[in-house]
Design a protein around this ligand. Sequence first.
Ligand code: PAF
Length: 291
Amino acid sequence: MVQVFRTVSGFRAACENARTAGLGFVPTMGALHDGHLALVTEARRHAPTVAASIFVNPTQFGVNEDLARYPRDLEGDLEKLQKAGADLLFAPAVEEMYPEGEQTRVSVSRVAAPLCGSFRPGHFEGVATVVTKLFAITGACTAVFGRKDYQQLAVIKRLTIDLRLPINVVGFPTVRDLDGLAKSSRNFYLSPSERAQALAIPAALAEAQDTFSNGDRDAAAIANRARKRIEALTDRIDYVEVVDADSLEPVVGNKIDHRALLAIACHVGKTRLIDNVVLGEDARVVLGEKA
Ligand code: PAF
């Protein structure tokens, strides 16, 4: 049975007990899908006890974003965690994570600034703050995050190093549906026709992977081709960029000679979707018949 904790003190004590043998941790906002469950399995490879958290963190949503309608299904999530073999679940209320009179935020600068950082002001500050709080509660552990949220993972790695936190941060490859779309809780919002439109994203990533493996190293050309493909099918593009995969800064001189990331954020109807590949490094995106 997954043991459920609502309070910081209860969860902290359970983590403390588990730590000697080793603790794995999977922070989530719930609405769990197979991508999250793969993170639980990965955490289990690192530690005999696996804790998950479900907390829809209000500080990482902008005023016009989907905080109110973000999918919530604690009972369904608990069942999934049970099947995936998680041991502990922390599901606090907002006041437990943000106590009366709270005034503290964690802010990461350079790596949080480009890409989603410039389209979602305050987002990464909210993520960095809540993840730091969660790490302060779990203590030393191996924490596993999906690489679909590539910039989020970079921000979390940075803050863990900078704040000297005793956390081993592990990034896990993006899990995709059979049609190629990256698994995301926000896919629940898509109508069937929107979902068909969204397949332009994995198709653009796959094309970029192919041209890169055929020798193309022109960052702007790769990004432009991907943008064209996405423009034709999605409703609004936030960004389609090829950037340095470590710093997330623009590729110097436009010629890729270091790890490079193709990152995409766009809107299909009211749903904002993100996806990425590290060119030459990530497995080729497999597309279904409709893409
Ligand atoms: O990726 C998420 O689900 C969230 O951003 C996280 C890391 C749990 C912080 O709220």
